[in-house]
Design a protein around this ligand. Structure first.
Ligand code: HMG
Ligand code: MG
Length: 298
């Protein structure tokens, strides 16, 4: 028996665009966020307050957050890796902060320039500061089923981060397949570790689609009762510190799956497809959402 409602958290403006080699103008980022909310998305990860030396594409985080026309009922979240990031997040008026420890030591070093333990200490301060300011905190667990440097990642390594998140007061945990290598059974094992410590509505899946498994992994998680998923418009993105990884599962593909299953997402599918076409054309690349291509060709 599947749930009757699924929440999609749109990560295209952040995870989708962070990997773009050419600078994407703030105007375009703002316009994308506005199209996404008009299509019915109620949770949008807008940008990252990270080091501009590490991720130049997110250097305009404050400007983008200041310029979006906020819509009531929409939750706007941002990434923050440390105290400086939190400062930016609070000043921007974000509703939610996302922290992002890795389950793999090697990836932690590449993505955060420190060990998992050090990152967790820094994140604990970010969480305390965010909670004191009344913000919600989401904790992604990168490389929860595979690491580009280490290879396989065990469910125990995932659970270690889940427990640390729980202890520091993180509200929600996101099981992330950063490089899109995981298959259904592995994803279910990682999810199961998160569900030992968090209720179903506070666990989500974040699946990159490198091996074409992301939609299957959404369905495998849905069968466990998980009903919050990150997705990226037109499948944009990747991680600058995970070479070869492609974007997240396309929002249009997940929305189409849910539509077919009779599961409500609150999304206007035509408007969503338009948003995907808009950003794909603006970036000068083919739309990576298979459902959008099919829909437009029908
Ligand atoms: P570091 O070089 O060790 O940091 O990087 P530092 O504290 O030594 O500072 C170095 C410089 O960066 C200093 O500037 C700081 O002020 C500045 P300088 O004195 O040299 O002029 N700095 C900052 N500036 C703005 N905002 C900040 C900030 N922090 C320091 N927040 C650090 C450590 C964590 C900062 C760096 O490694 C970093 O920014 N990493 C973020 C990497 C990133 O954004 N990765 C992609 C997002 S995660 C992801 O995509 C995965 C996810 O989608 C889930 C999944 O798929 O797995 C979430
Ligand atoms: Mg990601």
């Amino acid at each position: 028996m599947l749930v009757d409602r699924v929440t999609l958290l749109e990560v295209g403006p952040r995870d989708g665009l962070q990997n773009e080699a050419q600078p994407v103008p703030a105007d375009l980022k703002v316009a994308l966020v506005e199209r996404l909310q008009a299509a019915g998305l109620r949770q949008i990860e807008v940008t990252s307050f990270v080091s501009p030396k590490w991720v130049p594409q997110m250097a305009d985080a404050a400007e983008v957050m200041a310029r979006i026309q906020r819509q009531p009922g929409v939750r706007y979240s941002v990434l923050a890796p440390n105290a400086k990031g939190l400062e930016g997040a609070l000043a921007s008026g974000a509703d939610e902060v996302c922290i992002f420890a890795a389950a793999s030591e090697a990836f932690s070093q590449r993505n955060l320039n420190c060990s998992i333990d050090t990152s967790l200490e820094r994140f604990a301060d970010v969480v305390a500061g965010a909670k004191a300011a009344g913000l919600r905190v989401r904790g992604a667990i990168s490389c929860a089923v595979g690491c580009p440097y280490q290879g396989d990642v065990s469910p125990e390594e995932v659970e270690r981060v889940v427990k640390a998140y729980r202890a520091m007061g993180v509200d929600h945990v996101g099981v992330a397949d950063t490089i899109g290598v995981g298959t259904a059974r592995q994803v279910q094992s990682a999810m199961e570790r998160a569900l030992r410590h968090y209720p179903l509505h506070e666990v989500s899946g974040h699946f990159h689609d490198t091996y074409g498994q992301a939609l299957a992994n959404v369905l495998a998680s849905l069968q466990m009762g998980v009903h919050v998923f990150d997705a990226s418009i037109s499948g944009l993105g990747g991680c600058p510190f995970a070479a070869g990884a492609t974007g997240n599962v396309a929002t249009e593909d997940v929305a189409y799956l849910m539509r077919g299953l009779g599961i409500d997402t609150g999304i206007d599918f035509d408007a969503l497809v338009d948003a995907g076409q808009f950003i794909s054309e603006a970036l000068g690349r083919p739309n990576g959402a298979r459902a959008a291509k099919g829909w437009l060709a029908r």
